[in-house]
Design a protein around this ligand. Structure first.
Ligand code: CTP
Ligand code: MG
Length: 360
């Protein structure tokens, strides 16, 4: 019968529709609940009140996944303390004082790291009935570039929420389950994966799914002071309401097609040895940025280890977001892209099963 033949020979189209639906369903289950978001916001307010007893002019802002629209259930909270007064304590002193205060006044486990490259206070809360998985949170100081790059990612998420968020959230879960999301162990941060997705949607897909917000003409003239932060140009087109009416992608590919293509591109086509993925400028050359792996240099020179996978930060152009990725790390990550590509290329009859296998 027709039903049977359809099952035997699932059309390309039907497979993409099924897989897309499965991806939406899969991701929705993993979003934070409104309750979790409310608890986190209360924690932020409580911490802000406490910090103000040390620095009355301070504000505590969320960045990272809690603020950019790419949050999964139980993800960590990234908080940044901004101090508006002229005479402020050093980050090192603040971390020490805040650590002491939080230790005294709250139930958090507190770990101040005043001498880290970026001084932070690490906090965690044990699970409780209202918060079954506890909470983990890092507080840093004056990290204004991180607040801006969070806003940039949020704007990209808002332009095409369905496709962009589904892809990013799925890749975050997949990279965690496949254990390739640990910069401390030589693989890539979530931030790095998000940049790869945006790079792919802006520069690899043709027609593009997303515009390049950093290269769009501004609506009105802007001065250098307004756009630069710590010497870096942080301007981007951020009038999303306007963009929603003006930007229209001519690319109608489904989330499933985009995911399959993303895996294929990073398994096979991306030039890992010579290329730099830049969401600002597209595919760049390592040589042009001085990021080449000098394989003739001493094997103890870890500078070559730092540029295996090159992803340019959107604002800090001299910062390689993939610099933690080691030789083993890139081998593993690329192997995972190949594995994923292989699983999906067979167009398995049941999309649910394929997704489960992908994240197994
Ligand atoms: N960040 C950065 N430079 C990096 C890594 C991170 O500026 N090399 C900043 C970015 O603002 C990023 C935030 O730190 O949005 C959090 O990074 P990360 O934890 O990697 O991403 P999340 O989206 O918070 O992912 P997760 O849910 O896995 O914590
Ligand atoms: Mg985070």
């Amino acid at each position: 019968s027709e039903h049977v033949s359809q099952r035997r020979l699932p059309s390309r189209h039907r497979f993409f529709a099924d897989l897309s639906q499965c991806l939406f369903d899969f991701v929705i289950e993993l979003l934070p609940t409104t309750e979790e978001m409310a608890v986190k916001e209360n924690v932020r307010k409580l911490l802000e009140r406490l910090i103000r007893t040390i620095e009355p002019e301070s504000r505590l802002l969320s960045f990272g996944s809690t603020a950019n629209g790419f949050s999964l259930r139980n993800s960590d909270m990234d908080l940044c303390c901004l101090i508006d007064s002229e005479e402020r304590l050093s980050a090192t002193d603040l971390v020490t004082m805040l650590g002491d205060l939080l230790e005294r006044e709250t139930k958090f486990h507190v770990k101040p790291l005043p001498h880290a490259r970026i001084p932070i206070v690490k906090l965690s809360l044990d699970p409780s009935p209202g918060l079954p998985l506890g909470i983990a949170c890092d507080i840093g100081f004056e990290n204004r570039l991180a607040l801006e790059n969070t806003r940039l990612l949020m704007c990209y998420a808002m332009i095409d929420p369905t496709r962009v968020r589904t892809l990013v959230l799925f890749l975050k879960v997949w990279s965690k389950r496949r254990k390739i999301n640990s910069p401390y162990k030589g693989t890539l941060s979530s931030y790095g994966y998000v940049l790869l997705v945006i790079y792919f949607l802006v520069h690899v897909k043709n027609p593009p799914i997303l515009p390049n917000l950093q290269q769009m003409p501004p609506l009105r003239p802007i001065s250098k002071e307004d756009t630069h932060l710590a010497g870096y140009n942080t301007w981007f087109f951020d009038d999303i309401e306007l963009l929603r009416t003006r930007w229209h992608s001519d690319n109608n590919e489904s989330v499933a097609e985009l995911l399959i293509d993303f895996f294929r591109y990073f398994a096979r086509d991306f030039s890992y040895n010579t290329g730099v993925a830049s969401i600002r400028a597209g595919l760049l050359k390592k040589t042009a940025k001085g990021w080449q792996n000098d394989l003739s240099s001493s094997r103890y020179n870890d500078s070559r280890e730092r540029n295996r996978l090159c992803i340019e930060d959107p604002f800090e152009l001299d910062f390689n977001v993939g610099r933690c990725v080691t030789k083993d790390g890139i081998y593993t990550i690329r192997g995972e892209f190949m594995r994923a590509s292989r699983i999906l290329a067979n167009r398995p009859e049941r999309a649910v099963v394929a997704l489960a296998e992908l994240c197994a």
